[in-house]
Ligand binder design. Structure first.
Ligand code: GP9
Ligand code: MN
Length: 408
């Protein structure tokens, strides 16, 4: 148990958001509705195809939410499952494989488990096979109460696209399931239509495909647009059902959808000559929206990542995590950690982007001689610590503690 003490010490020495959060407790006893937006990358937001916005709804939602424009996914080979692992635990995923498969029986201190002590019901809604990514096993370890798989949905030829139930039907059928959950609830809805190879039937396309050299990128904008419309319909349904006013809605992109194999086409779309390694890191940005009823919109520019979501959500719900081990920090705190590490060891800090052994100025993308080394060491340290926790199942030896925030 001494290694876990060392890691705890390391975490305690990092910036911590001890009650300094701008939004601490604002969502006390409210529902949390997460939307995991499949393969959604930031670079398509605010963009148009032949005069039509790709994401009209999400573009509007920025005016009405906290929108994080420099938010990064931190996933590895476990893709969607890695993003889930990160947001529930504020640990890093593994450098190879999916922790959902390799370490599903570990001891964790995940958000659903913590919230069950505060009277929350937790659920995942995802219209795919329950054993995909070993979810049915892992969700038990994370403390989820309910898992609505494809078996809980009406799926037929008319309402299927690509991988299965289309997002519009999925959200439509999900509202009733949410309504049946005992409040307050913590629910995560995982979309599916915007998944490679981004298939969209001609008659359901609301915008033209792109005309680049990549079929994948060309189709991507049409499925992104479809997901945008599906999310819009979901918001409308939530308003009708009354869930909207009682819920914080958090939308995040799970991981990239367009790989570096499509760099030439991506460069063309973005009006750039080439995609440099610096650009490649910047393309790992995925949108994050935090919608709090009654709060005005605000664009947040700080460097942030999926690892920050657990501490952020817990803080908004008024849960004070006195003894926990999280590698992220509250997004609404002044006192934040200085970098976001990607799983491959690349990182982004306020001033720099580091990747493939080269240090770049974050603003200009120019190569700089120094500045990255001190953070590079911390990133390596942290990724190693997180790996040790997972491979050694070290949370077995740690005493977690949390209490409700005292009322002022
Ligand atoms: C499958 C869905 C997609 O259930 O989450 O998985 P991905 O391939 O994106 O990891
Ligand atoms: Mn995914």
């Amino acid at each position: 148990g001494s290694e876990i003490q060392e890691i705890d010490q390391y975490i305690d020495n990092q910036a911590s958001a001890d009650g300094e959060s701008e939004l601490a407790g604002v969502a006390k006893d409210k529902n949390v509705i997460y939307i995991s937006a499949e393969s959604l990358q930031t670079f398509v937001l605010g963009k148009e195809v032949n005069g039509k916005e790709i994401t009209p709804f999400l573009n509007d939602l920025m005016k009405d939410s906290y929108y994080f424009e420099n938010f990064y996914h931190q996933t590895g080979q476990g893709k969607t499952s890695d993003s889930e692992f990160i947001i529930e635990n504020s640990l890093y995923p593994l450098s190879r494989g999916s922790v959902f498969f390799t370490n599903a029986q570990n001891e964790y201190n995940a958000v659903p488990e913590i919230l069950s002590e505060y009277g929350y019901t937790s659920a995942v809604l995802h219209a795919n096979n329950g054993s995909f990514w070993n979810r049915n096993v892992m969700y038990e370890s994370l403390g989820y109460d309910e898992f609505f798989t494809e078996d809980a949905y009406t799926v037929n030829e008319e309402n299927s696209i690509g991988w299965g139930l289309d997002d519009k039907a999925f959200f439509d059928q999900s509202v009733d399931k949410l309504k049946q959950l005992e409040e307050p609830y913590y629910a995560k809805l995982i979309t599916l239509t915007n998944h490679f190879p981004f298939e969209m039937p001609e008659e359901q396309k609301s915008i033209d495909e792109l005309q680049t050299g990549s079929e994948t990128l060309n189709n991507y904008v049409t499925t992104v647009r479809y997901m945008d419309e599906a999310i819009q319909q979901f918001f409308e349904k939530l308003k009708e059902s009354g869930e909207y006013e009682d819920s914080v809605i958090v939308i995040y992109g799970d991981h990239y959808g367009i790989s570096e194999n499509h760099d030439t086409a991506t460069a063309e779309f973005l009006g750039k000559e080439t995609i440099t390694p610096y650009d490649h890191v910047q393309l790992q940005r995925v949108p994050l929206f935090v919608h709090v009823p009654g709060h005005d919109g605000e664009v947040k520019s700080e460097v942030s990542g999926q690892i920050d979501l657990k501490p952020t959500v817990l803080s908004m719900l008024g849960v004070q995590n006195n003894e926990d081990i999280t590698f992220g920090t509250d997004l609404f705190s002044e006192d934040r950690k200085e970098f976001i590490a990607l799983r491959n060891g690349s990182f982004v800090s306020k001033d720099h982007v580091y990747t493939g052994g080269t240090c770049y100025d974050r603003e200009t993308g120019e190569v700089v001689a120094e500045g990255c080394q001190p953070i590079k060491e911390k990133v390596e340290q942290e990724l190693n610590y997180s790996d040790s926790i997972i491979y050694g199942d070290l949370f077995r030896f740690f005493q977690f503690e949390h209490e409700e925030m005292p009322k002022e």
